[in-house]
Design a protein around this ligand. Structure first.
Ligand code: ADP
Ligand code: GLC
Length: 529
């Protein structure tokens, strides 16, 4: 192997043969988002691009995505997809470094005006199986060279929505594309009745227990787990947890069989979007060195959530999907007692999800006017105001593959009170429930799934808040943790290198050794040498 030096940035763009990756997912900011997956897909694509990987994101062509993408041009017509023919459009996401995006426009995806997965009443769309099977078939058509999109060297499927891709590539006998499946959430599996198989273009050979059969149904996620070259999880701890019955969601058996293929790669965060020094969505900026304006942000938050304007009242935020996973039930059980016990405690809730829990929070706000403020809905600006203005974030969760929300809060010196599960174990150094917090502590963690455990952790956080020097120390630590994508993106590129066809592995290896900023120093691999 030999490397030739490139003279300048211009010739790099013209000459180098870049490794190609296709990310397939159901969400990516700013085109469509219901949760952390959307943040991660776009951020990862941008980082791969910065690191010289030629990357595209393949997404469903929801109306909002077709509207928001730029420079769309047709890149293929796919007449035989489940659920009807599809058109493939290629465009860019201008706001995010012009990263390339492919949108699969089908009659089913066109109908999704409000939410990508459920209708107005919160019921799954009847055509979800056909629609997401179509997304996987489209990815396979790209890999087979049936569109004008260059064939990728690696296809990276995310969650069940793209889980069929490795299985369909296997059936099609396409070996020149390596496959990776990332599990962002094992609880959502895409399980559908077997009798749909034929209409989804899934041959008999995939449907046995050694394939995608799961308790008499077909599982899109199991198909990915079974056939992907590598399976990645979004944190080290979640990689271990999913091998156990408690967190394995019934798939721990097959995951244990494929243990050697599991690669944990923690997420990064977009450190520019979530930065209290530059955030355009908050009214007053502050930093780790100068936290004075955090109290101004607190006043703003109190106004926004109709809370009493009290500078030294401990203000606790809750900001996530309001669901059983995120322990909304336990928060509703513990909060009344906590509000009685701590007469100055204030609570600001932002989120949406289960109607029953949403109603519970609305009732709590009525019962404690001026002390509990609730906004039911999805609101990016309010999310920034919440992280900037609160003192602490209550983030109970029954499982958490990674957990972006508590990390966003830590960036703003808002101390998380969170469950000791998944990515949280790896990212939040714990103050412990008693005594002086150890050096570097950034949050308060609790075990188990009880309102008492949650309540005890909030008691502890309030006790720490009442010791200003200790609290400030924790805030400063939490604001200085490194959650950038620099480390994770290199792990992804290395994983892609391992699964890519032998003949192009050197391209991924070269991307790994090349400095991102200094194009003049870029080595070019010359295959002939
Ligand atoms: P999950 O993906 O399981 O919901 P994460 O914490 O990893 O959990 O990611 C959640 C993402 O969704 C974060 O970007 C968070 O800011 C955002 N989010 C969740 N609910 C809301 C809401 N009601 N308004 C604005 N952003 C929200
Ligand atoms: C999922 C997980 C969350 C993770 C996100 C991005 O939605 O629930 O923990 O942060 O994916 O990977």
């Amino acid at each position: 192997m030999s490397f030739a030096r490139l003279p300048n940035k211009h010739s790099f763009k013209e000459n180098i043969l870049q490794p190609r990756a296709l990310l397939v997912a159901s969400e990516a900011i700013p085109l469509v988002k219901t949760g952390g997956l959307a943040d991660v897909i776009t951020a990862l694509a941008c980082e791969l691009k910065r690191n010289h990987v030629d990357v595209s994101i393949l997404l469903p062509g929801y109306p909002c995505a077709l509207d928001a993408a730029e420079n769309l041009k047709e890149a293929g017509y796919l007449p035989d997809l489940p659920g009807g023919p599809g058109k493939l459009y290629q465009g860019t996401i201008a706001e995010y470094d012009d990263v390339s995006v492919l949108l699969l426009d089908t009659p089913n995806f066109r109908k999704r005006l409000v939410n990508p997965y459920v209708d107005h009443d919160g019921n799954e769309y009847q055509d979800n199986a056909a629609s997401f099977a179509a997304l996987s078939h489209a990815a396979v058509a790209i890999c087979a060279g049936k569109t004008s999109v260059p064939v990728p060297h690696v296809v990276h499927a995310n969650d069940w929505h793209a889980g069929l891709i490795p299985a369909l590539l296997h059936v099609a006998g396409i070996q020149r594309v390596g496959t990776v499946l990332t599990i962002h959430n094992l609880a959502f599996q895409g399980n559908y009745p077997m009798d749909l198989a034929e209409s989804l273009g899934l041959p008999e050979s995939l449907l046995g227990p050694d394939g995608m059969e799961f308790w008499g149904k077909m599982s899109f996620l199991k198909a990915g787990i079974r056939y992907a070259d590598r399976i990645s999880t979004v944190s080290e701890s979640y990689a271990k947890e999913i091998l156990t019955p408690r967190f394995g969601c019934g798939l721990d058996g097959i995951l244990n069989e494929r243990k050697d293929a599991i690669v944990p790669i923690p997420n990064g965060i977009d450190i520019n979007t979530w930065d209290p020094e530059t955030d355009p969505m908050i009214k007053h900026r502050f930093s780790r060195k100068d936290l004075r304006h955090k109290s101004t942000c607190k006043q703003e938050l109190q106004k926004l959530f109709k809370l009493q304007s009290l500078a030294d009242a401990p203000l606790m935020a809750l900001g996530s999907r309001i669901t059983h996973q995120k322990m909304a039930d336990l928060a509703l059980e513990s909060l009344p007692g906590l509000l009685e016990k701590h007469p100055r405690l204030q609570v600001a809730v932002l989120g949406c999800g289960d109607h029953e829990y949403e109603h519970g929070f609305a009732e709590l706000a009525k019962r404690y006017p001026g002390r509990v403020g609730v906004h039911i809905g999805y609101d990016e600006q309010r999310a920034h105001a919440l992280h900037a203005g609160a003192d602490m974030l209550l983030h109970g969760t029954r499982f958490e593959p990674f957990g972006l929300t508590p990390i966003y809060s830590m960036r703003y010196g808002t101390i998380p009170v969170a469950s000791r599960v998944g990515g949280i174990i790896d990212t939040i150094p714990d103050a412990g429930l008693n005594g002086t917090p150890p050096q570097g502590a950034c949050g308060v963690l609790f075990d188990g799934e009880t309102a008492d455990a949650m309540g005890a952790a909030v008691d502890r956080a309030i006790a720490l808040y009442e010791q200003p020097a200790v609290w400030l120390e924790m805030q400063r630590h939490s604001m200085s943790c490194d959650f950038s994508w620099n480390g994770p993106v290199r792990k992804y590129i290395d994983m892609y290198r391992q699964v890519a066809p032998q003949s192009v592995r050197h391209l991924f290896a070269a991307a790994l050794v090349q400095p991102v900023e200094d194009y003049a120093e870029l080595p070019v691999y010359t295959a002939a040498a």
